[in-house]
Design a protein around this ligand. Structure first.
Ligand code: G3P
Ligand code: MG
Length: 236
């Protein structure tokens, strides 16, 4: 069974700092997170960067697509994946690397991501967890680097969740905690998958989800959820 922390900081600690920035990772660490979740996509020249949206507009105020921007023209506040990994090394942070490809670059993004992990991931940090909403990305990651554990990201679990997970040899399921039902949580845990939920910022909701068997809560406010879950063990 995949070993995950009880709490992962979403895009760092985005309740407190600009998402997916080095500042956000430092803030997550300060607030007690031992892991963060980040989104990785490619620039025009195929450099992996940490960025959620396809466009730079919302977070950087620049009306340009990441996929059409070369690395040299990126705003300085957007970390490359390698810069993020250097920061995790310094802070001792684990990472859930969400492969967030731009349209049509599902396999390429996965291959560049795992190549970077093979080259740069520090041996003294816990092994990273890859996740993606794109089955094609997870399959490409599995084929290129099966050693990195994978979790399938699914908004709401349908009846095909296990077939999809098996197709990419996933060890975990990461799902929308607000849409998760207790029977589905039991089904996932009984089938032997680690179960993570996003994005939960309310302590009572986090406690209820852990009571349903959830292993890991991905949150914008790691301090709030860590405090709420103090001493709460997954109900299995
Ligand atoms: O990986 C959990 C969560 O980040 C998935 O949704 O849109 O915030 O990347 P999103
Ligand atoms: Mg994400």
């Amino acid at each position: 069974m995949l070993q995950l922390p009880k709490v992962i900081g979403h895009r760092g600690a985005m309740a407190y700092a600009p998402e997916n920035t080095l500042e956000s990772f430092r803030e997550a660490r300060r607030r007690g997170a031992t892991w963060v979740e980040i989104d990785v996509k490619l620039t025009a020249d195929a450099v992996p960067i940490v960025m959620h949206d396809s466009s730079l507009a919302r977070t950087m105020g620049v009306e340009r697509l990441a996929a059409e921007t070369p690395r040299a023209e990126l705003p300085a506040a957007v970390p490359t994946f390698e810069q993020a990994i250097d920061c995790f090394r310094e802070l001792g942070l684990g990472c859930n690397v969400e492969i967030k490809p731009c349209e049509g670059r599902e396999a390429e993004t996965a291959r560049v991501t795992v190549e970077t992990l093979r080259r740069c991931w520090p041996a003294d940090l816990p092994p990273p967890l890859l996740s993606s909403f794109k089955d094609a990305s997870l399959l490409a990651a599995f084929q290129a680097a099966p050693e990195f554990a994978r979790a399938l990201l699914i908004g709401a679990l349908g009846d095909d969740w296990q077939a999809r997970a098996q197709a990419v040899s996933a060890a975990g399921i990461n799902t929308n905690g607000k849409l998760l039902t207790a029977p589905r949580a039991v089904e996932v845990r009984k089938a032997g998958y680690a179960l993570s939920v996003y994005t939960i910022n309310d302590g009572d909701v986090a406690r209820a989800l852990v009571g349903m068997g959830v292993d890991c809560v991905i949150t914008d406010a790691p301090d709030v959820i860590l405090e709420a879950l103090g001493g709460v063990s997954p109900g299995r």
